[in-house]
Design a protein around this ligand. Structure first.
Ligand SMILES: [Zn+2]
Length: 458
């Protein structure tokens, strides 16, 4: 499609950016000029690192059983590879990796190792398909954090990667802190290991999340100019850009994305599996062939086992993404939920397995929100009935007092107390209450509903 054709079609009909029952995003994503800059590999793989980098989040401990349950859930989603742990951490970790390998869940199983022959031997004993083998790659970390002579990093890398090759392991060479390494030294290191040691693929590693998407593009380009190896993106989320960085690298032909469920991981975590997968599917038209409808369930499982809460407005899997509080959006939901649900949301709740869109009860409600919830609990009263105003006023008052949304039971109690009132008595009291406490029937979408969420869910 030419640019003029694209402009003239103006987003009408079934287009890559608008699929009535699945998603509705910006046509600019599919502008031919935008698309012409993308060079995705024909096969992109998700390498999930929840069980290794994810567990490194301070305070997260997975038991062997937890690891097996998460690996099973990852396999159900259909990730291509699972980094199941680091055998040298403990006997239990090695045992968990071995058990996951034996389950033959479908995804290829990897172990994480230091650049040491003894670590590689432990990975071989676990029966994994491949290893991710780390070495510090910046002079400052080698000198200050490890207190090694520089040559040691090179010698260890060559020796351990050669050994891994001899054992038949798919070997991802993983130079940590690559984005902060001195560029000349870093490029010389990877070239030397590619030539004298061994690597099936190279990890582009932004260990401290300190690289912007534009800088990632430059970093990727420099590495591609120096060595002809498949590349893997491993980016941390310290500035909230890990998913953007990952996609930037993928648009340049990088083959594998390292991700964790819901960004679990050290400090601010890693690129989130669900963000990367859904952005690729919906914004870029790249289908990874996974079960997108299991993403929400996977996130819930990991949160439970990691004892880790995510913000209720977290992208893709936040628990409140499809909850509507404001009056105006409640009226949109009433009109569009059945036939045009993606008028209100960029993607349909079913696509990721979220519960269906619904109206919640709180201070931000308008008349339409109350009417929507009354219908949901089987109370049919006309929309212009003053009892709706009375209920709305009482809901606002109760929500303010509670500093949170109201539960279904709380709403039911308010509604049934009001609905039981006689018409005459109700009309006068409703009028007063409404005039005093119902200033905003239709707050705009840009309103501050986020600020009103329960504090513990942030
Ligand atoms: Zn990492």
């Amino acid at each position: 499609m030419s640019r003029n054709e694209w402009l003239s079609r103006g987003g009408v009909g079934m287009e890559p950016w608008k699929n009535d029952n699945r998603w509705f995003v910006s046509p600019y994503n599919y502008d031919p000029e935008v698309r012409s800059a993308l060079r995705f590999s024909p096969r992109i793989e998700l390498h999930d690192i929840t069980l290794r980098d994810g567990e490194q989040q301070a305070g997260v401990v997975f038991s062997k059983d937890d690891k097996i349950r998460i690996a099973e859930a990852l396999a159900e989603v259909g990730v291509h590879r699972i980094e199941a742990g680091m055998p040298s951490v403990s006997r239990d970790d090695a045992d968990a990796i071995r058990t996951i390998v034996r389950r033959r869940l479908g995804p290829k199983i990897f172990a994480f190792c230091r650049c040491m022959v003894s670590d590689v031997k432990q990975a071989v004993d676990c029966g994994v398909d491949g290893i991710v083998i780390e070495i510090p790659s910046s002079q400052h970390i080698i000198q200050y954090a490890y207190d090694w002579p520089l040559a040691k990093a090179i010698d260890l890398s060559i020796e351990a990667t050669r050994y891994a090759k001899a054992q038949g392991l798919y070997t991802v060479f993983f130079p940590i802190d690559g984005t902060r390494a001195e560029p000349g030294w870093f490029l010389d290191l990877i070239e030397k290991v590619a030539r004298e040691g061994h690597m099936d693929a190279l990890g582009l590693v932004d260990t401290f999340g300190g690289c912007s998407p534009h800088a990632i593009a430059r970093f990727t380009q420099q590495v591609q100019a120096r060595i002809a190896k498949p590349l893997e993106a491993h980016f941390h989320d310290d500035f909230g850009l890990a998913a953007a960085n990952t996609i930037t690298a993928l648009t340049m032909g990088v083959n594998v994305a390292h991700v964790t469920v819901s960004s679990l991981g050290e400090r601010a975590g890693n690129a989130a599996l669900e963000d990367v997968a859904m952005a690729l599917r919906v914004l870029y038209g790249v289908d990874l062939g996974i079960r997108y409808d299991k993403l929400y369930k996977l996130s819930q499982l990991v949160r439970k086992l990691a004892r880790f809460e995510i913000p209720s407005n977290r992208p893709i899997v936040g628990d409140m993404l499809f909850k509507v509080e404001s009056g105006i959006i409640s009226s949109w939901l009433s009109r569009c939920k059945a036939d045009r649900p993606v008028e209100l949301f960029p993607f349909h709740w079913d696509m990721v397995g979220q519960p269906e869109a619904d109206v919640v009860i709180g201070k931000g409600n308008g008349r339409d929100s109350i009417a929507f919830r009354l219908r949901a609990i089987g109370v049919e009263i006309p929309g212009d009935d003053p009892r709706v105003d009375t209920i709305l006023a009482r809901v606002k008052k109760a929500s303010l007092r509670k500093h949170a949304l109201l539960s279904d039971d709380e709403f039911r109690r308010i509604a049934s107390a009001v609905v039981r009132l006689g018409n005459g008595a109700r009309r006068s009291s409703a009028g007063k209450l409404a005039a005093r406490t119902v200033p905003s029937r239709g707050r705009s979408r840009g309103g501050s509903s986020r600020a009103r969420r329960p504090a513990k869910r942030r």
